[in-house]
Design a protein around this ligand. Structure first.
Ligand SMILES: NC(=O)c1ccc[n+]([C@@H]2O[C@H](COP(=O)([O-])OP(=O)(O)OC[C@H]3O[C@@H](n4cnc5c(N)ncnc54)[C@H](O)[C@@H]3O)[C@@H](O)[C@H]2O)c1
Length: 250
């Protein structure tokens, strides 16, 4: 499916990530249907998206969104507790818990519900996309990518688009187009069996392992490692204590 054919995004999971992704997609002009498991969860998502700290009404207060665009974006969002509620979606983004077997099972079920032209994307933090897509049809595998956002989505601009050997160029172009339209900074990543994580999580984890080694070897304290990275490399926060009060005195 081409970008200009995508009108409705199905959001699978309305938690921390799903609510944020649904929000930026509705602001970008897409109709969004959010699916979570029960009414209470769906109401939580609605509350976070509309009234939460990073939600749409606060975006108006923070001068990031006009009141008119906020109203229009809220009107484009609907909610469902049924998987079948996503049947008319053109593009589905999944943000359910990070459990491989759960993602495989839900995508398999969804494959039988959503029209065959629709594209599926997973916001997994690091699973191999081909493994998540294992149980969908061969045809759907050509319309399957990763789209990895960062929390909080309305604030953190990155979107890693992960392509598999089966993903068609049109699928990748549409995912990149959706990310761009949602004002993301989009980067491309090759799906890599045998590894966990894409760009920013892998690099962060590698740096963190080195930080832990420095602590274990008694070379520096956690606090001093954080200071070194914040003031030596201009990181906004350290590994261990965020900013943890560091810097206020300097
Ligand atoms: N939190 C982060 O910082 C972050 C960042 C990037 C990626 N991720 C990834 O995003 C995904 C979601 O993480 P999260 O932090 O939003 O989790 P979360 O627990 O906040 O939200 C997951 C939501 O999915 C719902 N859910 C469970 N099964 C479902 C189903 N079958 N259909 C629809 N909804 C269902 C849950 O009720 C819950 O509301 C994970 O794969 C995670 O690794 C998380």
């Amino acid at each position: 499916m081409r970008l200009d054919q995508v009108k409705t995004i199905g959001m699978l999971g309305g938690g921390v990530m799903g609510g944020g992704i649904a929000q930026v997609m509705s602001i970008a002009g897409f109709n969004v249907i959010v699916r979570d498991l029960n009414d209470e969860l769906v109401e939580n998502t609605r509350g976070e998206m509309f009234e939460g700290k990073w939600g749409m009404k606060n975006a108006v207060v923070r001068g990031k969104l006009s009141a008119e665009d906020c109203e229009a974006a809220m009107a484009r969002v609907s909610f469902t507790t049924e998987l079948t509620g996503l049947k008319d979606a053109d593009f589905v983004i999944e943000a359910i818990p990070e459990k491989l077997d759960l993602k495989q099972q839900v995508f398999k079920e969804l494959d039988g519900i959503v029209k065959k032209e629709a594209i599926f994307a997973s916001n997994t933090s690091g699973f191999v996309i081909q493994e998540i897509a294992r149980d969908v049809s061969d045809d759907r595998k050509t319309k399957f990518v990763g789209m990895h956002f960062s929390n909080p989505v309305p604030v953190m601009k990155i979107c890693e688009v992960i392509h598999t050997p089966q993903s068609t160029q049109e699928t990748v172009d549409t995912a990149v187009g959706i990310s761009d339209r949602a004002q993301r900074v989009t980067v491309l990543v090759k799906d890599t069996p045998g590894s966990y994580g894409f760009i920013f999580n892998r690099i962060f984890a590698a740096a963190r392992r080195e930080g832990d080694k420095l602590v274990e070897e008694g070379i520096a304290t956690k606090e001093d490692i954080d200071k070194a990275m914040i003031y030596g490399r201009n990181w906004p926060v350290g590994f261990y204590q965020g900013r943890g009060g560091i810097g206020k005195q300097w």
